[in-house]
Design a protein around this ligand. Structure first.
Ligand code: FMN
Length: 373
């Protein structure tokens, strides 16, 4: 008999791995990669190891190539030094019995010339994200939030080489010891820019029709599943997301089409995120699920403003197999244990989300260190 009735703590067999619980650490950019070279550091290894009680950790969004970068101090997975740095992280997590996948990131137009020696960022089309903010360097060379620079449209040759960059990054992730990868197709970054009709104005095979707008993401998924066993490839979507100037004419149709394709491919999991909650938009998971569910019945992870009771209810209702927690994991390294006990939970501090050192990063108390609270 199982020691708990809480579905959050039922183990899950996932593609040859046993995930110890259904509590996933959501991908969280913390902008603390080592300089120069955007290399994962021993401090990052400590941070992730502290959170290894999660059933699965999704490492922070990680640039697949130099031009993919849209924020200073974010790590990459395209140089030998970055691969070696990540190996230190995955070894530390595995030593604690955890499992970890890497989120593959290309910011596309959400980027800035200061990150690319004055060169323009790239996107599906030369359409500037009017409300998009990158994290670049200001006129004095100091890290700062800056309006995204006007992008230029990728050529067909560049689209092919970008797809290859995803495959190479996925292969590098395996070399770095990750248990799998997650394709970041959410939150208005490059794959999402291709999907969205207001950003993708291409007249060629990668734009126009629904099929055309989906082609880039489908080719990325095909390339990545050619390198990583498909059962270990997740895809993150944020179906009704309206940030980063995303305004698809029919997101329900677009995202449903994507979900149906991913169901046919048989990916390892679909990560369905309601990330607008980060901008104080009211949660809309019900509407999101109504768009996705008819098309996809495979392994599903949900994210967006979940707490323990809501997570347990979603699992019990069969709406999800896994629940990802973002902000709660920042300030509660032992989040699974706190969820098991019903709290208490330490609130996060947005002032230390991005950049800096150990403060607000590796120094959050656990129940044990706080004396059992
Ligand atoms: C500091 C911070 C960094 C984030 N970085 C990423 C990221 O790298 N990749 C991603 O897909 N989402 C990222 N997100 C979104 C989270 O994964 C998650 O979707 C969001 O926080 C909502 O979940 P929550 O309510 O559990 O925090 C980030 C969110 C925060 C607060």
């Amino acid at each position: 008999m199982s020691h708990t009735q809480d579905p959050l703590f039922e183990p899950l067999e996932w593609s040859g791995l046993t995930l110890h619980n259904r509590v996933v650490m959501a991908p969280l950019t913390r902008s603390r990669a080592g300089q120069p070279g955007d290399v994962p550091t021993p401090m990052m290894a400590e941070y992730y190891a502290q959170r290894a009680a999660a059933g699965l950790i999704i490492a922070e969004a990680t640039n697949i190539s130099p031009i993919a970068k849209g924020y200073v101090f974010t790590p990459g997975i395209f140089t030998p030094e970055q691969i070696a740095g990540w190996r230190g992280v995955t070894d530390a997590v595995h030593a604690r019995g955890g499992h970890m996948v890497l989120q593959l990131w290309h910011c596309g137009r959400v980027s800035h010339v200061s990150l690319h020696d004055g060169e323009s960022p790239v996107g599906p089309s030369a359409v500037t994200g009017e409300t998009c903010l990158a994290f670049g360097l200001d006129a004095q060379g100091n890290p700062a939030r800056v309006p995204a620079s006007p992008p230029r449209a990728l050529t067909l040759t560049e689209i092919r080489s970008t797809v290859e960059d995803y495959a190479r990054a996925a292969s590098n992730a395996l070399a770095a010891g990750f248990d799998g990868v997650e394709v970041h197709a959410a939150n208005g970054y490059l794959p999402h820019q291709f999907l969205a009709s207001n950003v993708n104005r291409r007249g060629d095979a990668y734009g126009g029709s629904l099929e055309g707008r989906c082609r880039f993401l489908f080719e990325v998924v095909e390339a990545v599943t050619g390198v990583v066993p498909r059962g270990r490839v997740g895809v993150r979507l944020s179906p009704l997301f309206t940030g980063n100037d995303i305004a698809d004419a029919d997101p329900v149709e677009t995202q449903g089409h994507v979900a149906a394709h991913l169901a046919r491919v048989g990916i390892g999991y679909l990560h369905v995120a309601d990330t607008d909650v980060m901008r104080q938009v009211a949660p809309k998971m019900e509407a999101i699920l109504a768009a996705i569910r008819p098309h996809y019945q495979g392994l599903t992870m949900l994210n967006g403003a979940f707490d323990g009771p809501r997570a347990g209810a979603a699992l019990a209702a069969g709406e999800a197999d896994l629940i990802a927690f973002g902000r709660p994991f920042i300030s509660n390294p032992d989040l699974p244990e706190r969820l098991r006990r019903g709290g208490p939970f330490t609130p996060p501090d947005p002032a230390t989300f991005y950049g800096g050192g150990a403060e607000g990063y590796t120094d959050w108390p656990t129940l044990d260190s706080a004396g059992g609270a």
